[in-house]
Design a protein. Structure first.
Length: 98
């Protein structure tokens, strides 16, 4: 883990970035929207038990799912190859400790 972020392969085999920090989650979300031009779309499902679903991030063919659970914290995961590549580059640029 570096700078409070972790990167791994999700259950679906796609790239996943996570953090337990509320403030780091805001950093990622704001960067995706205001620096990279993503918009949010989809349902918000509040945490009834141990997980919540947040609206997805969309930009063209790039779709990034987002949510929270008590095992990994806040997470963003790719839904296709293009999103995998984007999240790997995003992690290297904004989340990896230097």
């Amino acid at each position: 883990m570096s700078k409070g972020f972790e990167i791994r392969e999700s259950a679906s085999g796609r790239v996943e970035i996570s953090t337990f920090s509320f403030w780091r989650s805001w950093k990622v979300s704001l960067l995706l929207m205001f620096r990279y031009g993503f918009y949010r779309w989809g349902p918000y499902v509040p945490p009834i038990t141990d997980e919540a679903v947040h609206p997805r991030f969309h930009r063209g063919k790039l779709v990034i799912e987002s949510g929270w659970d008590n095992w990994f914290g806040y997470d963003w995961f790719a839904t296709n190859e293009e999103s995998d590549t984007f999240l790997l580059n995003f992690y290297d640029r904004h989340c990896r400790g230097k």
